[in-house]
Design a protein around this ligand. Structure first.
Ligand code: ATP
Ligand SMILES: Cc1cn([C@H]2C[C@H](O)[C@@H](COP(=O)(O)O)O2)c(=O)[nH]c1=O
Length: 216
């Protein structure tokens, strides 16, 4: 079961999520006729943003992969309880830049921990405290592009903000992308794939079409 009016955007590094979300927001507002809350993961409230800072920073020794999963799940729990559910209960649309699929792709796939174990831990994080039902997006727009293009975009344009995850090797990012593509194949109703190697204008056009179809 998925949660109406909850939309997530996903993609490997440099896919253009932030760019296209900003551009698509007025359209989402117009088509849904609702106030839209834009949020992100890791993050979305004070505690979750603090965990984001921890996760982005370089650590020595390297953070244990399971610690990474637990920190992400803890930040997601705060995000669900403090930010996402209250907005949905006010009949707002929630647009999240990344959500659970990121953990399945990055930690399950990239780190090689496996999707089922990462999902199991996250089942606690995403359960609605009242209904016990999982809080899952009704629509996920996955921006797909070859890893090399995404990393090139980041390393060319954002040299001041390169974080711990960006610096993982190409194989890690390829496993992330492969897992996203598997997830999209397994969940064709929820996850819509957009070719993010296109121009910004064409990516936006495809995203708008998916949004229009969702509210049709
Ligand atoms: N379709 C596109 N073609 C070329 N460049 C793009 C495109 N979309 C975004 N970019 C550029 O790529 C860089 C990364 O974009 P953006 O920050 O939107 O990606 P992102 O998916 O949010 O990245 P990350 O998840 O790694 O933070 C930016 O410099 C942006 O201007
Ligand atoms: C939610 C989530 C995120 N990540 C990683 C993916 C990115 O490298 C960063 C977030 O940075 P962005 O600039 O906002 O894309 O965190 C992850 O590994 N697992 C997750 O569940």
């Amino acid at each position: 079961m998925t949660t109406p009016n909850f939309i997530s955007f996903e993609g490997p590094e440099g896919a253009g999520k932030t760019t296209v979300i900003q551009a698509a927001l007025p359209e989402i507002e117009r088509i849904s006729q609702k106030k839209v809350l834009l949020t992100r993961e890791p993050g979305g409230n004070k505690m979750a943003e603090a965990i984001r800072d921890l996760l982005k920073a370089q650590t020595n020794p390297a953070i244990d992969p399971w610690t990474e999963v637990f920190l992400l799940a803890a930040s997601r729990r705060e995000h669900v309880v403090q930010t996402i559910l209250p907005a949905l209960s006010k009949d707002q649309v929630v647009v999240s830049d990344r959500y659970l699929d990121s953990s399945l792709a990055y930690q399950g796939g990239g780190r090689g921990l496996g999707q089922s174990a990462v999902q199991e831990i996250n089942d606690f994080a995403i359960a609605d405290p009242k209904t016990k039902q999982p809080v899952l997006p009704a629509l996920t727009i996955y921006l797909d592009l070859p890893v090399e293009i995404g990393l090139e975009r980041i390393f060319q344009n954002r040299t001041d903000k390169i974080d711990r995850m960006d610096k993982e090797d190409v194989l890690f990012h390829q496993k992330v992308r492969a897992t996203y593509l598997d997830l999209a194949k397994e969940n064709p109703e929820r996850i819509k794939v957009v070719d993010a190697s296109q121009s910004k204008a064409d990516v936006l056009k495809d995203v708008k079409a998916i949004i229009a179809e969702y509210w049709r």
